[in-house]
Design a protein around this ligand. Structure first.
Ligand code: EPU
Length: 338
């Protein structure tokens, strides 16, 4: 067991926040994880499971044990002809999985190209982009109870997926460690091109008969054009979720703000584009000390250098307040604030 003490987490979170973990251990197998959980010296420490660190904002040191999940491996688990089950280690980088699937001609997650983070974290917030969420191709996952070390398999229904949400953000938060995720991918996928920007990008690329590779290329081009690369500017993607409001509230808002952007949801409510709300409050591209709201996507808060987690969190709270004052709409963080 490789237990380190007083470890800087700066390179383990995409915001690049420099806080320390009192203890840290990396694991590559389910067995190594179970040994760590059961080890006497670690048993009573608070634990934090870290994947790619792409959806977390540290505001203070972590006075416990950080467990860094590096479980590797992508394998065809069951080839059912049209549908192929692919079992993936939680430590596999999400985009490497997307690339692997495209190389094998397997479709279903190409719209989720270039999302930072690891596969094990993907179901926790049901990652989504360009009209697709991972719940659409999710088959099952294995998770280990953080106290007993026992493994349980969760199917799609048991994961209680919602918009950027699952049981792992609710009742099971901090209680289990995801070790493997299995996806049901397709040899004859239905391509999801309805998201306007994809169609437009494919036209720009001169592609009239797209395949999974072309869709992935289009998504990568769109993301690169407006989302900052965390390797260059610290960020965790969208900082807030797009809020859901009622049809009558959007009607009232639309009378005052005709340009407001919203999408209908099943059940009558609408989802409002938080990036638009934040931009209308004057935050887009604004730099405040070491932080700011990104110039091409107001929903993305960034660390321009040596920002502390609290500086970013203060900015987030100020933005949240100004959106609430102007529109009467509450925007909630998507990012996990520690
Ligand atoms: N918009 C603005 N100003 C801005 C940003 C956006 O007016 O500064 C407008 C856009 O013009 C567009 C609408 O808002 O009409 C929606 O913008 P966009 O398509 O960029 O998507 P989003 O709703 O801001 C969501 C996800 C992203 C995902 C994109 C594409 C959330 C919280 N975010 O962003 O996911 O990539 O859709 O599907 O749902 C992430 O979760 O980290 C993430 C990047």
């Amino acid at each position: 067991m490789n237990l380190q003490q007083d470890v800087s987490l700066k390179s383990y979170n995409t915001f690049g926040i420099d806080v320390n973990a009192a203890f840290m251990a990396e694991f590559n197998t389910r067995q190594e994880l179970i040994s760590l959980i059961k080890d006497g010296s670690c048993k009573d420490l608070p634990k934090l499971i870290l994947g790619g660190g792409s959806n977390i904002l540290f505001t203070k040191n972590f006075n416990g044990l950080v467990l860094k999940n590096n479980i590797p491996g992508i394998e065809i688990y069951d080839d059912r002809g049209e549908v192929v089950l692919v079992k993936v280690g939680a430590g596999v980088k999400w985009h490497s999985l997307v690339t692997w699937c495209i190389g094998k001609g397997l479709g279903g997650i190409e719209n989720l190209s270039l999302i930072p983070g690891n596969t094990g974290a993907a179901p926790i917030q049901n990652i989504g982009a360009y009209g697709v969420e991972i719940k659409d191709t999710f088959h099952e996952l294995e998770a280990i109870d953080i106290i007993s070390g026992n493994a349980t398999t969760y199917n799609r229904q048991q994961c209680e997926f919602g918009y950027r949400d699952s049981i792992f953000k609710k009742t099971l938060k901090g209680k289990v460690v995801i070790t493997f995720v299995t996806f049901a991918l397709s040899r004859n996928p239905v391509l999801h091109l309805s998201y306007g920007a994809i169609d437009q990008q494919l036209k720009t690329m001169g592609i009239t008969q797209p395949d999974v590779k072309a869709v992935s290329d289009a998504v990568c081009a769109i993301r690169r054009s407006k989302l900052p690369d965390p390797l260059i500017i610290g960020n965790a993607g969208s900082f807030f979720k797009n809020p859901e409001i009622s049809e009558s509230d959007i009607e009232t808002l639309r009378r005052q703000f005709p340009g407001i952007i919203s999408y209908p949801l099943t059940g009558g409510n609408v989802k409002v584009a938080a990036g638009w709300l934040i931009e209308q409050c004057g935050w887009k591209g604004k730099v405040i000390g070491n932080t700011g709201s990104h110039k091409d996507q107001a929903l993305v808060l960034v660390n321009y250098g040596n920002a502390s987690g609290n500086e970013i969190w203060d900015l987030a709270l100020t933005i949240q307040k100004s959106v609430s004052e102007k529109f009467g709409v509450n925007i909630e963080p998507e990012v996990n604030v520690m």
